[in-house]
Design a protein around this ligand. Structure first.
Ligand SMILES: [Zn+2]
Length: 209
């Protein structure tokens, strides 16, 4: 599957737009996306860590940690991973977008997967390696299934990692350009206690679920 150029351009332009919003928050015409809490108990979370049980990875960026995780993208996690690491579905659902064909190291083009859950929320798995998208749109995946391989495509800052975020609807920036589905904060049930979500700058191991 080739990289759809229009998605890449849209993704880049939204990123540039969100950077601009960083410096323009005083302008009342620009939406401000605040840092939100989670409301559920972490032990009953509908999400598991998006990698294999028994493995552990370093959370380099977490919720509201600045840099790429601010404004629209306030909530989400960057797991530092070598290129080619297996990515698993954090929650069951149906594949929405599955775009591949961007070369690792290409900062303007991101390989990504979205999975639409039964309540309409959408998980985004991005920066996947070239050839690392292992599912197709419309495919049903179960929690824990291997869906892709991590990489270093798009705005990674040069650090290979998986970006994982959850959105309240299926109009993600760069995919629909709607810009009205900002990230929401989630926690995970198969790891150490994380009532407010994962903390940055530490490892989290994936346990049985
Ligand atoms: Zn990220």
């Amino acid at each position: 599957m080739g990289c759809r150029t229009e998605y890449c351009i849209a993704f880049l332009s939204i990123f540039l737009l969100s950077c601009k919003e960083d410096s323009d928050n005083k302008d009342q015409n620009v939406p401000v996306y605040s840092c939100m809490p989670v409301t559920n108990d972490w032990e009953s979370s509908q999400y598991i860590l998006p990698y294999r049980v028994g493995s552990e990875y370093f959370v380099n960026q977490a919720n509201c940690s600045g840099f790429g995780h601010s404004n629209f993208w306030s909530h989400g996690y960057d797991f530092t991973m070598n290129i080619g690491t297996s990515i698993t579905a954090s929650r069951s659902g149906t594949v929405g977008w599955a775009t591949d064909g961007c070369a690792d190291g290409n900062t303007a083009c991101t390989n990504l997967i979205t999975i639409i859950h039964d309540d309409g929320t959408v998980a985004l798995y991005s920066h996947l390696t070239n050839g690392g998208v292992l599912v197709s749109p419309g495919e049903v995946v179960e929690m824990g299934d291997i869906i892709g391989r991590s990489g270093n495509t798009g705005n990674t800052g040069g650090l290979p990692h998986l970006h994982f975020s959850v959105h309240p609807c299926n109009q993600l920036p760069g995919l629909s350009n709607a810009g009205d589905c900002p990230t929401i904060r989630v926690n995970f049930r198969n790891t150490d206690p994380n009532p407010d979500g994962l903390e940055p700058k530490r490892f989290y191991g994936a346990k049985d679920f």
